[in-house]
Design a protein around this ligand. Structure first.
Ligand code: HEC
Ligand code: HEC
Length: 458
């Protein structure tokens, strides 16, 4: 009875709204106090007035600034990668005043570095197409760096054109390209994790790893061994806090590079929920990229859990000038604007996915944690390892000792390298089997297949 009354009341209100909108010529629910002469159409802000116009202008500015920061800002980290580690010398090679054979474009691509085709000057495009660019010559890599075409890597040059230093950006790990020009060369895809990128091998090219050996308290070969143990698409963002290089069964402690899209509306970020996007951006820019900024997290003072951080003073980092903090707002805004990419047409069976949706939401209990449409829990989305049936090695490395429910949209982008924080499940079928066992779901073969199609459709 009460339900019926509510329904009638709702219908009456909707009716009134409809009538009033017919009278004003505006659709129901739209702002009733718009200035005369505005259309209010989404995306058209030329006619916005007053503070509304300021909000829109601010949004546009933050988006554009954030994109630039995400792609091109080193936050001054060239003082570390270039000046200290001397990475640029290994890139250019002995012939161009550096050390060793140098990094040819072929090698760079095989290490998973990506080239932004839109940044290539037309003459370079013509030369590449005509086969006139020597892809075995490090000088060609230098040409690409000069064109700002190597995703996530910036070269700093001397007045005579020789390399002075090198820095890295967020895009190094969190962007890839669509291969439209050639494998590894294409339009940028910001937020898509680069699961080809071998961060460890790239860092291990550096002639001087003393900053790392001093910090970790081990010798040069030991550091190189750890770096080389990560493999493609992986990085360990906690190694220089806790010094743990290997997990259970001697597996590398690195995690797979996560998606940096589809994160809006999600409260906590990283696999183990260290904090939200602006927390983590400050963490990474200061303590991982070694940019020059400010970072404060007294949780890292715990000498037992984070001995390396305690030694390095990562709980309280202060630099003047601060090249990071003024960029956090725009950087966060840009990241939260990156939508999850839609799965390619024909990459899943729509009917089966439709059936899989009901499995996800009922018998398989997935949606109790992966709540649509964000596919993580609104609120504090953290779980103990035993709730999801895995070991606690990685969760125990984080302040809250838990795993965060991963948002699931755009899963197809991160299939390479496997699922879960360490890529332990090579396929979605393996993930579903794991939950079926652990949560005793009793799914039959058809339900499992439908569930997988649904996951592929997200
Ligand atoms: C060297 C590779 C690398 C670079 C450079 C890097 N990240 Fe990450 N990023 C990672 C890894 C690995 C993780 C996962 C860490 C974890 O969960 O412990 C991560 C996690 C994240 C997350 C959390 C994603 C989620 O699922 O919640 C965000 C957001 C992020 N990074 C943004 C950035 C931004 C912004 C920058 C530049 C300031 C940046 N990263 C630079 C490797 C990198
Ligand atoms: C108790 C909460 C919970 C339930 C129930 C749950 N998940 Fe998860 N899910 C998580 C957490 C936490 C992670 C992160 C695990 C990690 O990274 O190690 C995760 C990760 C995943 C991933 C990997 C995403 C990636 O990018 O690596 C997939 C896929 C997934 N879940 C699908 C499902 C499906 C399908 C179900 C139902 C059968 C389900 N989950 C039920 C909490 C849950």
């Amino acid at each position: 009875m009460r339900k019926l009354l509510t329904l009638i009341a709702f219908a009456a209100i909707a009716g009134i709204l409809l009538l009033s909108s017919a009278a004003t010529g505006r659709p129901a629910g739209q702002d009733q106090v718009q200035p005369v002469g505005t259309t209010g159409a989404a995306g058209d802000h030329r006619n916005l007035a007053g503070f509304d116009a300021q909000i829109r202008a601010n949004a546009d500015r933050m988006l554009e600034e954030g994109r630039q920061i995400f792609r091109f800002d080193t936050f001054g980290d060239e003082a570390y990668w270039g000046d200290q580690l001397q990475l640029h010398r290994a890139v250019v090679g002995a012939k161009l005043g550096g050390v060793g054979p140098g990094l040819s474009p072929k090698m760079a691509l095989s290490l998973g570095l990506k080239v932004d085709a839109d940044a290539l000057p037309p003459d370079l495009v013509t030369a590449i197409k005509a086969g006139n660019v020597d892809l075995d010559d490090p000088a060609s890599t230098v040409a690409l760096l000069k064109a700002r075409a190597v995703v996530g890597v910036s070269a700093f040059l001397n007045p005579d054109g020789s390399a002075r230093s090198v820095g890295i950006q967020c895009a190094l790990c969190h962007s890839t390209v669509d291969d439209s020009f050639a494998p590894g060369i294409g339009h940028r895809l910001d937020g898509w994790p680069n699961r080809d990128l071998n961060v460890g091998e790239i860092v291990a090219l550096a002639p001087n790893l003393k900053p790392l050996t001093d910090l970790l308290g081990v010798d040069d070969p030991a550091v190189r061994k750890v770096l080389k143990s990560w493999g493609p698409g992986r990085y360990d963002a906690e190694l220089n806090q806790d010094g743990k290089a290997a997990g259970p069964k001697g597996r590398s402690a690195a995690t797979v590079l996560p998606a940096a899209f589809g994160l809006a509306g999600v409260n906590l970020h990283t696999y183990s929920g260290w904090g939200a996007v602006p927390y983590w951006n400050a963490y990474v820019a200061n303590t991982q990229m070694h940019g020059k900024g400010t970072f404060f997290d007294p949780r890292l003072k715990d000498k037992d859990r984070f001995p390396v951080a305690a030694k390095a003073g990562y709980a309280d980092v202060r630099n003047t000038p601060d090249l990071i903090t003024p960029k956090l707002a725009a950087l966060q805004y840009y990241q939260l604007s990156i939508p999850p990419p839609a799965p390619p047409a024909g990459s899943f069976d729509a009917q089966s996915a439709q059936r899989g949706k009901s499995v996800f939401e009922s018998q398989a209990k997935c949606s109790t944690c992966h709540v649509p449409p964000i596919f993580s829990e609104p609120g504090w989305s953290m779980h103990k390892a035993d709730e999801i049936g895995i070991d606690e090695f990685q969760s125990d490395r984080s302040p809250d000792k838990r795993y965060r429910t991963t948002p699931l949209r755009g899963l197809f982008v991160r299939a390479k390298g496997g699922f879960y924080h360490d890529g332990r499940f090579p396929t979605l079928a393996a993930v579903v089997d794991h939950y079926n066992d652990h949560l005793k779901l009793n799914l039959n073969a058809q339900q499992k297949a439908d569930l997988i199609e649904f996951l592929k459709s997200l």
